[in-house]
Ligand binder design. Structure first.
Ligand code: SF4
Length: 552
C-alpha cells in the first residue's frame, strides 16, 4: 500500500477472493473526509491488512445509490459496513446511505450479513441515538484494537460463518460494544499509557478536492491538559499526549508534502513548535496551524509566522466575561490576550479571528456589559499595535457559537440554553461589535444549534425521529416529533441522572465530572493536567485502564 495518495491517485483495488470486503463510510462529503485525520488513520490501518479489501464511501446527495469511490461498487455488496461518525449531524446521512443501499436500517431487521459497525469520536461521546441501526460500536482510538476486531470478522466471513458468529467473536474484544453481548459499561480503548503520542496520525490522502487543499495533516498532540468544562475533546481524548519532533520530521521526510497542517489543541504549549516550523520553512514546506493560545503567542513566534506568510491568527475568547471564563475553567489572561492583539496588529496580520460561545448557565446582562468594555479594550490594543503605521490588523472577526452541553463534560448536568436567550445574546454581541470600525460579527443560528443539542443529548428514544429524517430531512422530522424534541431539550439533569452515554466508560470518573460541574457554579478553577499525571479525573491513576484498554 502506498504511503500517500496525492491528487487523483487512489489506492490499488484488491480482488475480493478470499478477503473480507470492507466499506469504510464517511457520511459527509468527500472534501470533509479527505480533511479528517481519524477516518484516514482507520483507512491506513485496515488497508495494510492483505486479508481485507477496503473501499471508501462518502455522502453524495446527488447519487441515488451509495457507490464506492474506488470501484463504483454498491454499498449493498459489502459484508462489513464501517461508519466513521465525526459529528452528530452524520446520523441521518448514515441511515439514508443504508436505506439507499436497500440495507435494512434497524439491526434487528438484519439477521444475516452485512455487519454494520460505527467508530469515530462520536462513538465514544454519545452514539446512542444511532444504536438501533448498528450491530456494534468500536469505542475508542482505532489504533488501540480496531484491527483485531476487523480481523476476527474477516476470519468468520472467509470461513463462511454467519453474522451472529462474527458478533460473538468480537463482543469480548477491548473497545467493542455489541448490544446484549458485550459487558457494560464498555471501556474506551486508548493508545499508549504515557504522555507521549508514539504514533501520531497523519494523512494518507492529500487532495485538491479536500477542504484543506493539498495539505498533509499531521497530529502534534492528542487530548488537552486544560480541562475547559465545555470541551468534549478535552475529556474523550484524555490523557493529553504529544508527539516527538523527530517522529514528525521522519513522517514529513517520507511523505514530502508541499504543505503541512499541524493538528492539535494548545499547539503553542508544544516547546518544539517554533523549531519544527523553522525546520519546515528551511525545506520550503508551507504550513498552517489550528488553534493557538494567546499566552503562547510570543513576538518571536508571531514574527516568524508573519514572515513565512501566515495572514490570519485565531484566538479563543470562549466567554463574554471574566466570571464566565473562570466558571468554564478557561485558563485565560486578559493581559496576555490584549498583548497578543497588539502584536498581531503591530505585525500587520490580515485577520484576527476571535471565537466565543454563548448560552452559558446563568449568563446575562452583567456578562454582556463586561464584554462591551472588553471589546473596547481589544479595539484600543489594536490601535496601540498599529501605532502611527498606515495600517494594523485589517479585520477583527468575532464568531459566536451556541453552547451545546456535551456528554462527558461537566456541563452534561447543564440545562440546554433556550432559543430566546441565545437570540438576545447574539443581538447584543452584534450591536457591540458593530460599534467598532474594522470589526465583523458572525453568530450561529440558534435553531440550528438546538438541532445539535437534540442529537447530542438524546438516546435511543430519538432513533425513530432519525429514521424519519433519513426520509424527509431532519428539520421536518423534528417538527413531526415535536413533543420528543421538547422532552429531550427540556430535560433538567440531576446529580444522579442516568445519561444514555453512561453505558460507556471513557476513563474520566463521573465523580470528577460532577465536582467540576459544582466548581462551574462556584466559579472555581482546576489546574491543568500536570506533566507527570495525577489522580484527579481517575484516568492516569488507573494504569490498568490505560494498559488494559487493550484487553478488557
Ligand atoms: S488523571 Fe490528572 S493528569 Fe491524568 S488526565 Fe486526569 S486530570 Fe489529567
Amino acid at each position: 500500500m502506498s504511503e500517500l495518495y496525492c491528487g487523483r491517485s487512489s489506492p490499488p483495488l484488491r480482488d475480493w477472493g478470499g478477503r473480507l470486503p470492507v466499506a469504510l463510510v464517511f457520511p459527509e462529503a468527500a472534501e470533509h473526509g479527505l480533511s479528517t485525520l481519524g477516518w484516514q488513520v482507520v483507512y491506513r490501518l485496515l488497508a495494510a491488512n492483505e486479508r481485507l479489501a477496503v473501499e471508501r464511501f462518502f455522502w453524495d446527495s446527488t447519487s441515488p445509490r451509495p457507490r464506492s469511490v474506488d470501484s463504483g461498487r454498491d454499498l449493498g455488496l459489502f459484508p462489513l459496513v464501517l461508519f466513521s461518525l465525526n459529528f452528530e449531524g452524520d446520523f441521518p446521512n448514515a441511515l439514508k446511505l443504508l436505506m439507499d443501499a436497500d440495507i435494512p436500517v434497524r439491526a434487528a431487521d438484519r439477521p444475516s450479513w452485512p455487519v454494520v459497525l460505527a467508530g469515530g469520536p462520536v462513538a465514544f461521546l454519545n452514539p446512542f441515538p444511532m444504536l438501533p441501526a448498528l450491530d456494534g460500536l468500536f469505542v475508542g482510538e482505532a489504533e488501540a484494537g480496531l484491527c483485531d476486531v476487523v480481523e476476527r470478522i474477516a476470519r468468520t466471513w472467509v470461513e463462511g460463518g454467519g453474522k451472529q458468529a462474527a458478533l460473538e467473536a468480537v463482543a469480548p474484544l477491548p473497545g467493542v460494544m455489541v448490544p446484549g453481548l458485550s459487558p457494560e459499561p464498555v471501556r474506551r480503548a486508548v493508545v499508549g499509557s504515557s504522555n507521549v503520542l508514539g504514533r501520531p496520525a497523519y494523512s494518507c490522502f492529500v487532495s485538491s478536492e479536500a477542504q484543506f487543499r493539498d495539505m498533509l495533516l499531521l497530529e502534534v498532540n492528542r487530548g488537552c491538559p486544560y480541562g475547559c468544562r465545555f470541551c468534549a475533546a478535552g475529556s474523550i481524548y484524555k490523557p493529553p499526549r504529544h508527539a516527538e519532533m523527530a517522529v514528525l520530521q521522519e513522517i514529513v521526510e517520507r511523505c514530502e508534502p508541499h504543505k503541512v497542517g499541524l493538528v492539535g489543541t494548545a499547539l503553542t504549549d508544544w516547546p518544539d513548535l517554533l523549531p519544527f516550523l523553522r525546520w519546515l520553512a528551511e525545506r520550503k514546506v508551507k504550513f498552517s496551524l489550528s488553534s493557538l493560545r494567546a499566552d503562547g503567542l510570543t513576538e518571536e513566534l508571531l514574527g516568524f509566522l508573519r514572515h513565512t506568510g501566515t495572514r490570519s491568527v485565531t484566538l479563543a475568547l470562549e466567554g463574554a466575561s471574566r466570571r464566565l471564563r473562570r466558571a468554564m475553567n478557561k485558563h485565560f489572561s486578559e493581559e496576555a490576550f490584549l498583548e497578543a492583539v497588539a502584536r498581531v496588529s503591530r505585525l500587520q496580520f490580515g485577520t484576527l479571528k476571535l471565537y466565543m460561545i454563548t448560552g452559558w448557565p446563568d449568563e446575562g446582562e452583567e456578562d454582556w456589559a463586561e464584554f462591551e468594555e472588553f471589546m473596547a479594550c481589544v479595539d484600543a490594543a489594536r490601535r496601540e499595535g498599529q501605532g502611527n503605521r498606515k495600517k494594523g490588523v485589517e479585520l477583527v472577526s468575532l464568531s459566536v457559537s451556541c453552547l451545546v452541553p456535551k456528554a462527558w463534560t461537566p456541563l452534561q448536568w447543564a440545562d440546554t440554553p433556550d432559543e430566546d436567550r441565545l437570540k438576545a445574546a447574539m443581538k447584543r454581541f452584534k450591536a457591540i461589535v458593530g460599534r467598532h470600525k474594522g470589526m465583523r460579527f458572525a453568530g450561529e443560528n440558534s435553531a440550528q444549534a438546538r438541532v445539535q443539542m437534540f442529537l447530542a443529548r438524546g438516546g435511543e428514544e430519538i432513533f425513530p425521529c432519525l429514521e424519519r429524517a433519513a426520509e424527509i430531512g431532519l428539520s421536518a422530522a423534528m417538527r413531526e416529533h415535536d413533543a420528543l424534541v421538547h422532552d429531550v431539550l427540556r430535560r433538567h439533569p440531576e446529580r444522579d441522572t442516568v445519561f444514555p452515554w453512561d453505558r460507556l466508560d471513557i476513563g474520566v470518573s463521573r465523580k470528577f465530572l460532577y465536582s467540576e460541574w459544582i466548581k462551574y457554579g462556584r466559579g472555581m478553577v482546576t489546574p491543568p493536567c500536570p506533566q507527570d499525571g495525577c489522580q484527579a479525573c481517575g484516568l492516569c491513576g488507573m494504569d490498568d485502564f490505560l494498559s488494559l484498554s487493550h484487553g478488557r
